[in-house]
Design a protein around this ligand. Structure first.
Ligand code: KIV
Length: 253
């Protein structure tokens, strides 16, 4: 999957399917299933490392998991998140984006709109593709006081539209819209030439992204309302463990 194919998908009105991966077997299984883009998201902080939010994820965590994912992928485009406080200046953003690419990512993602346009432009000028991220920004959850829907009022929708144009003009090849009110997400999708990838933002986006643990029921302690679960892996793990425990304790000798 190349950037040209991703841009062409929007022109052809073909939807893009994006899932997160943080390890070799999951990345390999999802790649073999035909996923378009694999995101090594900093959501790994919660669903893999057990942190309360993404703000404790470091570059070292991202490099370790990006390298594992890259070893399992033949076809999908691999996008890796720049974690919290790793892109405070254009220079720092470029230096850390290069490290993620060296670990095996094909592109990087960062959170922010017009305020981050210079950082996006600097990374793109260095030859590294950037996916932008607008709407609810998980790295700002502590300031925001929770995961809230964005773009509900006309003024908020206008601000998001300005941010969307800013990241497109800075050279982003796609933009994640997280928890954006569905009509606003549809408006952004129609206004941009680059694909919008929605999460909890309605069906009008050019593609959808989900945290794989939410899709397959591997993080049963919390599942976002918008995530449709297609498997219950937590139940299978508990069942297999119970069977093993029972078998071991029953055995003679
Ligand atoms: O970190 C992540 O998994 C993400 C998605 C929720 C878009 O940024």
């Amino acid at each position: 999957m190349t950037l040209i194919e991703i841009t062409a998908a929007k022109r052809r009105r073909e939807k893009l399917a994006v899932l997160t991966a943080y390890d070799y077997p999951t990345a390999r299984l999802l790649d073999e299933s035909g996923i378009d883009i694999l995101l090594v998201g900093d959501s790994l902080g919660m669903v893999v490392l057990g942190f309360p939010d993404t703000t404790l994820v470091t570059m070292e965590h991202m490099l370790h998991h990006t390298a594992a994912v890259a070893r399992g992928v033949q076809r999908a485009l691999i996008v890796a998140d720049l974690p919290f406080a790793s892109y405070e200046t254009p220079e720092q953003a470029v230096a850390n984006a290069r490290r993620l690419i060296a670990a095996g990512a094909h592109a990087v993602k960062l959170e922010g709109g017009a305020t981050h346009a210079a950082r996006i432009a600097a990374i793109v000028a260095d030859g590294i593709p950037v996916m932008a991220h607008l709407g609810m920004l998980p790295q700002s959850v502590r300031e925001e006081g929770g995961y809230k829907i964005k773009g509900r009022t006309p003024a908020a929708a206008e601000a998001l539209l300005a941010d969307a144009h800013a990241v497109e003009n800075a050279g982003a090849f796609a933009v994640v819209l997280e928890l954006v009110q569905a009509d606003t997400a549809a408006r952004l999708t129609a206004a941009l030439a680059i694909p919008t990838i929605g999460i909890g933002s309605g069906t009008a986006c050019d593609g959808q992204v989900l945290v794989t643990h939410d899709l397959i029921g591997l993080f049963p302690w919390f599942t976002p309302k918008f995530a449709r679960q297609h498997a219950q892996i937590a139940g299978s793990i508990r069942g297999a463990a119970a069977a093993f425990i029972e078998e071991t304790k029953r055995a003679d000798g």
